[in-house]
Design a protein around this ligand. Structure first.
Ligand code: EPZ
Length: 419
């Protein structure tokens, strides 16, 4: 298994290109099941993209991934309507084929995703929404068996009790081919949802309220070909903003958008991080001291749960204390024990952690446990005295494209140890 070695203490300086968003492309790819051919540009080269490509290929679609050109071309029709356990268990986003398969082919058999490191991750909201559109849904031998009525799905009003990114995406992709009007109330407002709406509209879907928490879809008979550029990854941008801040550097995040950072920008600024818009993206600097800021994760435009671990690493070297409350997932503090090994002062009970900043972290061998926890350890390593070895970086490769190359290019002493 690859490891990443970092020698801390180097200020970052230079330009980091921000890749296309993982959490956008993992919803855009299944949209190709609705119609097409669909060509996606600015596609990040990630393990999860390869997994989703394999999933769509086993459904019978033709998937061509030109890594160098960052382009994915997906076409053809599904000949197999089953998403198998051995793929779904590796990547929960696989469940996003459910809505499109049901809408276009009237049937789908998708393995229940099962939980993951950060939580039980139920899909009950996805299933209830599809039933509201007329589907019958049964669970059998660990699989979701979903069938549309003979005349196809029918539009409905769907009110989500909690904001769910995936449930909003599955419902959207089912509704675009459903008969009549669908209204999705309390829809997720993450930029990745807006990106999916824009792509679906390019394919011929009729959607109103894009970017708001109330989406109105008018079903159409079929969706056609489209080309769509994947939106920049706001979590990768936020992660590298923390890297610039924790090392006291100055970095241009090429392609990043201030409006897509939501509350992350406000909180980082309160902590003493300079963030300025630039024609090419965002310029992030940290000229003076960092100070502790309290934060609670919330759905967009609140502070992203996917930025919680990275922010905790930053707060571990701030002056003063920071109370960090994780409201989205029930087990998203697995980076804490590893940060403690590096000399951080953190304690947590339930959903809230208190971080007391220390002047200096010390490098150590640490273990990656999930995608965002892994990158928080790299951030800590960039600031720590001495050497940090992050083990099990396959977690990292799921969601960050060549992270060590991007950081080395702006002055970090970081390398991947193969094997
Ligand atoms: C998406 O996961 C992202 N993944 C996650 O990013 C992100 O953390 C999450 O949204 C929240 O922003 C992708 O887009 C591929 P949810 P998703 O449905 O859709 C509960 C990363 O690191 N819930 O918005 O699975 C759920 O348990 C990953 O890039 C139900 O109860 O998240 C959670 O508490 C991690 N029933 C809350 O809603 C359901 O049917 C939000 O989950 C669905 C969700």
């Amino acid at each position: 298994m690859d490891r990443i070695r970092i020698r801390g203490g180097r200020r970052l300086s230079g330009t980091i290109p921000v890749s296309g968003a993982k959490n956008a492309v993992l919803a855009l790819m299944p949209a190709a099941l609705l119609g097409g051919p669909l060509t996606l540009e600015n596609v990040p080269d990630l393990a999860d993209v390869a997994t989703m490509s394999a999933l769509l290929a086993q459904h019978g679609l033709a998937v061509e991934h030109d890594r160098a050109a960052r382009r994915l071309a997906i076409g053809g029709a599904a000949t197999n309507l089953e998403a198998p356990y051995d793929i779904v268990r590796k990547m929960r986003a696989s469940v996003l084929v459910l809505g499109p398969l049901l809408a276009r082919y009237g049937r789908a058999r998708v393995s229940m995703p099962g939980g993951c490191a950060i939580g039980t991750r139920p899909v009950d909201l996805h299933l209830k929404a599809l039933e509201a559109l007329g589907a019958t849904v049964e669970l059998e031998a660990g699989y979701i068996e979903a069938r549309a009525p003979d005349g196809g799905l029918r539009g409905a009003k769907i009110i989500f009790p909690v904001v769910s990114v995936g449930a909003t995406e599955n419902t959207l992709m089912a509704a675009v081919l459903a008969e009549g009007e669908t209204e999705i109330v309390n829809a997720a407002r993450e930029p990745e949802i807006e990106d999916l709406c824009l792509c679906l509209m390019r394919m011929g879907a009729v959607i109103e309220g894009v970017g708001t928490d109330r989406l109105r879809v008018t079903g159409v008979r079929e969706l056609g070909a489209a080309t769509h550029r994947v939106v920049a990854d706001r979590i990768e941008a936020g992660t590298f903003a923390c890297a610039a801040a924790i090392t006291g550097g100055e970095v241009l995040l090429e392609g990043a958008r201030l409006d897509h950072l939501g509350a992350v920008a406000r909180v980082l600024r309160e902590a003493g991080v300079g963030i300025q818009e630039d024609p090419r993206g965002l310029r992030v600097t940290r000229l003076n001291g960092l100070h502790g800021v309290d934060v609670q994760t919330d759905p967009f435009p609140g502070f992203a749960t996917d930025m919680q671990a990275q922010f905790m690493a930053l707060m571990s070297v701030a002056e003063g204390a920071s109370m960090i409350t994780e409201t989205i997932f029930e087990n998203r503090f697995m980076h804490v024990p590893e940060l403690l090994r590096m000399g951080a002062r953190i304690n947590y009970h339930g959903a809230s952690a208190i971080v007391r900043g220390v002047p200096q972290l010390s490098g150590a061998p640490v273990m990656a446990t999930d995608l965002r926890a892994s990158v928080s350890l790299i951030l800590a390593g960039l600031a720590a005295q001495g050497e940090t070895i992050v083990n099990r970086v396959y977690h990292l490769d799921r969601g960050y494209e060549r992270v060590e190359e991007k950081l080395a290019a702006v002055g970090a002493e970081i390398e991947r140890l193969r094997g």
